[in-house]
Design a binder for this molecule. Structure first.
Ligand code: AMP
Length: 283
C-alpha cells in the first residue's frame, strides 16, 4: 500500500493503474475509521481494481465553533485498517496541498443545501462539495463511494455530479449501525455511556416513522409528533430537527406520496448526531 501525501504522487499512482486498464475507486473520508468507513472501503475493493482512500479533515466544511480542532485524527490506526482491507493508495494530504493561502473558488449546490443540516451549518455543504470536486479532479475515479448515513450529503453530491457533468458514478452504501440501532459515527466518541444509550432513541424514532408510513399514515406532521415523543424520552436530547422530505428535492412534504427521506439531527452533550432512513410510501 502506498501513502501519497502530495497531489502529484497520487496522480502518478492512479495514472499507472489506469494505463493498465484498472477501474479506479475513491473513498473520501476524514479518517478516524469505524465499521461504517470499512463497509465503504470493502464495497470499493469489491467493485474496483485500484482503490484510493483519502483521509483529510477538511477545514472548509466546519463552521466557526464546530469540532475541527478536536476531530479525532488516529492516522496510524487508519493506515493499518486500509492495509488490511487491501487498499492500493491512501491519499493523506496536508492542508497546504488541498488549499492555497486563499481559496476563491467554491462549488455550491443551491436549494438542496438550504434544508435540514444546511439550516444550522450554512457553510458545511459548500465545503463538502468543494473538497469532493477537488478530490474527483485529483484522483479521477470511475466510482466514488459515500454512506447513506450522511443522507443529505449523498443527495447533494449526486446532484453536483449530474449538474456539472462529472464523469464518475456515485455509489451510496447502506448505514452501518450498532446492534442497538445507533448509527456508527466518529462523533459517538464524544458521548458518555448514558448519552450513548439515550442516542438509541434516534433510530427508534426513525423506525416509528417507517412503521407509520408502512401502516398507511400519509400526514407528515402526525408522524413527526410521534417521533418527537420518542426523542423527548431522554432529557439529554436536544432536537435540532425532525424532517420528512422528498428524497430528491428535499422539500417538505405534508402528504407522503413517494419516496421520502426521514431525517433527524440532535445534540447530546457536546455531540451533534444525525441519522436518516429512506422510506417508500405504500411499502
Ligand atoms: P466521514 O469520515 O465522517 O466524512 O465519512 C466518510 C464517509 O463514510 C461518508 O461518505 C459517510 O457517509 C460514510 N459513513 C460514516 N458513517 C457511516 C455509517 N455508519 N455507515 C455507512 N457509511 C458511513
Amino acid at each position: 500500500m502506498e501513502i501519497a501525501k502530495t497531489i502529484e504522487s497520487v496522480r502518478n499512482l492512479v495514472k499507472a493503474a489506469r494505463s493498465q486498464g484498472k477501474k479506479i475507486g475513491l473513498v473520501p473520508t476524514m479518517g478516524a475509521f469505524h465499521i461504517g468507513h470499512i463497509s465503504l472501503i470493502e464495497a470499493a475493493v469489491k467493485r474496483c481494481e485500484f482503490v484510493v482512500v483519502s483521509i483529510f479533515v477538511n477545514p472548509t466544511q466546519f463552521g466557526p465553533g464546530e469540532d475541527f480542532e478536536k476531530y479525532p485524527r488516529p492516522l496510524d490506526a487508519d493506515l493499518e485498517i486500509c492495509k488490511k482491507a487491501g487498499i492500493d493508495v491512501v491519499f493523506a494530504p496536508a492542508q497546504e496541498q488541498m488549499y492555497g493561502a486563499e481559496n476563491l473558488t467554491w462549488i455550491n449546490v443551491e436549494k438542496l443545501t438550504e434544508q435540514l443540516c444546511g439550516q444550522s451549518r450554512p457553510v458545511h455543504f459548500r465545503g463538502v462539495t468543494t473538497v469532493c470536486a477537488k478530490l474527483f479532479n485529483i484522483v479521477e475515479p470511475d466510482i466514488a463511494f459515500f454512506g447513506q448515513k450522511d443522507g443529505q450529503q449523498a443527495i447533494v453530491i449526486k446532484r453536483m455530479v449530474a449538474d456539472l457533468n462529472m464523469p464518475l458514478e456515485i455509489a451510496i452504501c447502506p448505514t452501518i449501525r450498532e446492534p442497538d440501532g445507533l448509527a456508527v459515527s466518529s462523533r459517538n466518541k464524544y458521548l458518555t455511556k448514558q448519552q450513548k444509550k439515550d442516542a438509541t432513541l434516534i433510530y427508534k424514532s426513525l423506525q416509528k416513522c417507517r412503521q407509520m408510513i408502512d401502516a398507511g399514515v400519509t400526514d407528515s406532521e402526525t408522524i413527526i409528533a410521534e417521533m418527537r415523543k420518542i426523542l423527548s424520552q431522554a432529557p439529554s436530547i436536544k432536537i435540532e430537527y425532525i424532517s420528512i422530505v422528498d428524497a430528491e428535492t428535499l422539500q417538505t412534504t405534508d402528504l407522503i406520496a413517494r419516496q421520502v427521506l426521514a431525517a433527524v439531527a440532535v445534540r447530546i452533550g457536546s455531540a451533534r448526531l444525525i441519522d436518516n432512513i429512506l422510506v417508500d410510501a405504500g411499502g
